[in-house]
Design a protein. Structure first.
Length: 73
């Protein structure tokens, strides 16, 4: 079984937090609630050590013509 690393999950944020939709939204500003990844992966928490809430990030496909519009192919 392949390890489900938080850093590879689409809910991971660069400050090592998880913004899974199950955490709800802030009643103050409507932004997604977050929790620390290491807490989410505790046996007593929603994601558990198995990474039950893990969803892989979607691959990003770049069109090089958009990135370098002045280049001739």
């Amino acid at each position: 079984m392949e390890a489900k690393l938080c850093i590879d999950c689409k809910h991971y944020t660069p400050v090592r937090s998880c913004k899974h939709p199950s955490l709800g939204i802030s009643f103050v500003d409507g932004s997604p609630n977050s929790d620390v990844c290491s807490v989410m992966r505790l046996p007593s928490q929603a994601c558990k050590p198995e990474g039950l809430l893990f969803e892989p990030m979607e691959a990003v496909i770049y069109d090089m013509a958009d990135i370098f519009p002045n280049q001739k192919g």
